[in-house]
Design a protein around this ligand. Structure first.
Ligand SMILES: NC(=O)C1=CN([C@@H]2O[C@H](COP(=O)(O)OP(=O)(O)OC[C@H]3O[C@@H](n4cnc5c(N)ncnc54)[C@H](OP(=O)(O)O)[C@@H]3O)[C@@H](O)[C@H]2O)C=CC1
Ligand SMILES: Nc1nc2c(c(=O)[nH]1)N=C([C@H](O)[C@@H](O)CO)CN2
Length: 233
């Protein structure tokens, strides 16, 4: 049984989640991540200090299977980071809203409802939801995505009221953090021009925000803007 505080980050096999997982390991935490498919490269280059749990939030059964695994193994969390996400625009499949509802709302909702079985009752815990700047403003190109993230923020507020003072519950609302490999130069320039600071910060700013929320004992029920001054333009 590890005596290091345990962090669970959902959907952390890549990008922001994996960066934060590695930073938590470096800072001395026991780290669990979820993914739908372990990466082949992990055969040759295992994720040092990170335990991988396979979980797909597309179905309630998949979410409940993860919860059951955590409970059966008596894993007691210091923090739960709801990072998993699928970023779909409105031009695709008819079930896009349903798919994002499952990942952005159903999974955090059911996992948070199980928090009495997932968190160490002796330690003040944290639940942090990774939302998006567009949740409170809408997005003409990602209507369903932004709506599902707005629902996530409402879930965060409800659990903040319900779980205090044992567990602090907050959201982080990033704007551009890191581009995807296929993003064109034109797209990148357009995205960078949307914020006052105008640069791609990279995932460390999300880790800094998570640690601020975890390390500050007097913050719950908030949503931390992380948008480079996008609201100023
Ligand atoms: N990147 C950015 O600039 C911004 C990101 N955000 C938010 O920050 C968070 C991290 O972003 P980023 O790293 O780009 O995220 P990704 O787009 O890389 O997705 C994160 C992970 O979500 C997991 N996921 C997707 N669908 C499911 C599912 N059905 N069940 C379980 N897991 C699933 C995937 O895991 P796997 O593939 O292993 O199954 C994926 O690796 C997200 O919540 C995102 O919305 C907000 C604003 C800007
Ligand atoms: N799950 C994801 N959500 C978001 C992503 C992403 O790559 N995966 N990317 C963005 C964009 O960076 C946007 O903020 C600016 O182009 C938003 N959400």
């Amino acid at each position: 049984m590890s005596d290091r505080p345990t962090i669970l980050i959902t959907g952390a096999a890549q990008r922001i989640g994996l960066h934060c997982a590695r930073r938590f390991v470096a800072d001395g935490y026991r780290v669990l991540i979820t993914c739908r498919q372990p990466r082949p490269e992990w055969q040759q280059q295992p994720l040092e200090g990170i335990e991988v749990l396979v979980a797909d939030f597309a179905t309630i059964e998949g979410i409940e299977r993860l919860i059951d695994t955590l409970v059966e193994r008596d894993i007691r969390l210091r923090a739960l980071i709801h990072n998993a996400s699928v970023w779909l625009n409105d031009e695709g499949e008819a079930d896009a809203l349903q798919a994002m509802f499952m990942v952005h709302m159903q999974a955090p909702y059911l996992m948070n409802l199980a928090s009495d079985r997932l968190f160490d009752p002796q330690v003040t815990g944290d639940i942090i939801h990774i939302s998006d700047h567009v949740a409170q403003r809408g997005s003409a190109r990602h209507i369903a995505y932004s709506a599902s993230k707005a629902g996530l923020e409402a879930i965060s507020l409800g659990f903040a009221a319900r779980l205090a003072p044992r567990i602090k519950v907050n959201s982080i609302a990033p704007a551009l953090i890191m581009f995807n490999d296929g993003d064109s130069e034109e797209y990148r320039e357009r995205a960078l021009a949307k914020s006052a600071l105008g640069f791609e910060p990279g995932p460390e700013v999300v880790y800094q925000s998570i640690r601020y929320l975890m390390d500050n004992p007097y913050v719950t029920g908030t949503c931390l803007d992380l948008n480079g001054g996008r609201n100023l333009k």
